[in-house]
Design a protein around this ligand. Structure first.
Ligand code: ZEM
Length: 278
């Protein structure tokens, strides 16, 4: 039964502000939930992606990359209870898109229609294996491998990583620590401005290798530095640092594509009815 997605959006917006959580907003972790639910897609086997909401199930729920996202899912549970007709797969992706808009970002094209896998007849091949999401400790070859597997090009990759204008790393989730920008609850091109201008240095600590600014206030992951160190990526990052409008436009298209990966649609070439001979 289809319900009113506009009402769900309003309810998502209403819970975003949360003074006692991180920087005061659930927005960033909702964006990360939508991204990780979708980013398991493999274009070759056409498996993974947001359809199915398979992060509820092992092994995806226990993938180290998804540490902390159980909180995001729990924060959305009251909204699922209030609107039981919406699928988790639609709710998680809608929450990410709504959060981006509510934090000052572009409007993301989003369509309903994802279904949830029924836990009662789940087979091992219904849940993507661990290891499909990017590893923060690696460089540009790995980043390209992972995002090309989803079907993205270099420009889309750089645009998507610009979501690191939001949120922070948590030492009890990923092992890394700190925010990328001074305004982790505002969607902007600040990530690219900082990435391309700050004098990044290795953080002196016994945690995993990460980069920090002079005051040890902001951070970059090794995978973020790859965007600066790869000449193709760097060119695009500098363009986004100069022009927020271009970044917003490219990001909206790429994030809209991300949340559609693996979602069956009537106009898919694979789903199209056979063309009758005229
Ligand atoms: Zn992230 N990301 N990400 N990312 N990400 C983290 C946090 C957030 C990578 C990564 O390893 C990490 C994209 C791409 C990539 C967000 C959105 C998007 C964290 C910190 C890590 C380690 C997790 C923690 O400790 O809580 C890597 C290696 C990426 C690609 C190379 C893309 C694409 C994103 C969306 C479009 C967001 C919003 C956060 C902040 C979450 C929060 O809880 O504040």
């Amino acid at each position: 039964m289809a319900g009113d997605y506009g009402k769900v959006k309003e309810d998502i917006k209403a819970i975003l502000k949360k003074p006692d959580y991180d920087d005061g907003s659930l927005g960033p972790v909702f964006v990360r939930l939508a991204w990780h639910a979708s980013g398991t897609y493999d274009k070759h086997s056409r498996t993974g992606g947001s359809n199915g909401a398979t992060m509820r199930f092992n092994p995806e729920s226990n993938d180290g990359a998804n540490a902390g996202l159980e909180h995001a899912r729990a924060f959305l549970e009251p909204i699922k209870q209030k609107h039981p007709w919406i699928t988790y797969a639609d709710l998680w992706t809608l929450a990410g898109c709504t959060a981006i808009e509510a934090m000052g970002g572009p409007q993301i094209p989003w369509k309903a229609g994802r279904t949830d896998k029924d836990p009662k007849n789940l087979t091992a091949k219904d849940v993507p294996p661990n290891g499909r999401l990017p590893d923060a400790a690696q460089g540009q070859d790995h980043v390209r491998d992972v995002f090309y597997r989803m079907g993205f090009n270099d420009r889309e990759i750089v645009a998507l990583i610009g979501a690191h204008s939001l949120g922070r790393c948590h030492s009890d989730r990923s092992g890394y620590s700190g925010p990328w920008t001074y305004t982790p609850t505002r969607f902007s091109n600040q990530y690219f401005k900082l990435l391309t201008t700050v004098d990044w240095r290795k953080k002196q600590w016994d945690g995993p290798l990460q980069y920090v600014d002079e005051d040890d206030e902001l951070m970059m992951l090794p995978a973020d530095m790859a965007v600066l160190w790869d000449p193709e990526f760097a060119k695009i990052a500098k363009e986004y640092a100069k022009d927020q409008d271009v970044f917003f436009k490219d990001f909206a298209a790429a994030f809209g594509k991300l949340v559609e990966l693996g979602v069956p649609r009537a106009n898919d070439p694979g789903n199209a009815p056979k063309r009758s001979k005229l």
